[in-house]
Design a protein around this ligand. Structure first.
Ligand code: NI
Length: 204
């Protein structure tokens, strides 16, 4: 019994140590917390929408935000997560009016305003696509603790971006609240978002 206890303790310690060393480098592990216990994620930005309008983060004051970072040439991960975002918004119904869904490109070289517009037409019409100057996009990626690296395959004529696939729920003040991992259940996400908004689902 005692041996089991010691082994269990050692295993937990090993996991804690491993997490400490691996977490900051792995794109699959959620971002680490700051002293307040919440991940230090987020920041101000000035980007361009798929309609060519300037969107400043201050413009979203008072609105919850659902934010996803990706690129339009993504073969499967981004379309899947954007389909889930679409379903989540549909499930939220009128409550979705308190929320601004954003798709921020990590590939501004190819994701022009026009490219975003055409790509996003396949998803929920409320989703605002954002692009910008490479240095501005780089800053936003850093602020939101997103892993985004170009996969340089010399044998391929085109390139893909390896990236983390979190969908962030941010508060009306732009603070991190929750994140949904790739492949999340839209029904569960809608429940979580309603809880954060204190907006109960309408009675059936
Ligand atoms: Ni993707």
């Amino acid at each position: 019994m005692r041996t089991v206890f010691i082994i269990a303790t050692l295993a937990i310690l090993a996991l804690v140590v491993l997490e400490f060393f691996i977490a900051p480098h792995s794109p699959l592990v959620p971002p680490r917390s700051n002293e307040a216990g919440r991940p230090a994620i987020g920041g101000d930005f000035v980007l361009t929408t798929q309609d060519g309008k300037t969107l400043r983060s201050e413009d979203l004051r008072g609105q919850y935000r659902l934010i996803y970072f990706g690129f339009t040439h993504c073969p499967d991960v981004c379309p899947d997560d954007l389909a889930r975002m679409t379903q989540t918004l549909n499930l939220l119904g009128p409550a979705a009016r308190q929320l601004t869904p954003l798709f921020i490109t990590i590939d501004p070289a190819r994701d022009t305003q026009e490219q975003l517009k055409s790509y996003l037409s396949a998803f929920h019409p409320a989703i605002t696509g954002l692009t910008g100057a490479p240095e501005e996009i780089k800053r936003v990626i850093t602020d939101y603790k997103i892993y985004a690296v170009k996969d340089e395959d010399p044998t391929a004529s085109d390139y893909v971006m390896n990236h983390s696939a979190f969908t962030y729920l941010m508060s009306p003040e732009g603070q991190y609240l929750k994140h949904f991992a790739h492949g999340y259940d839209p029904a569960e996400a809608a429940v979580t978002i309603r809880q954060e908004m204190k907006s109960p689902a309408p009675a059936q």
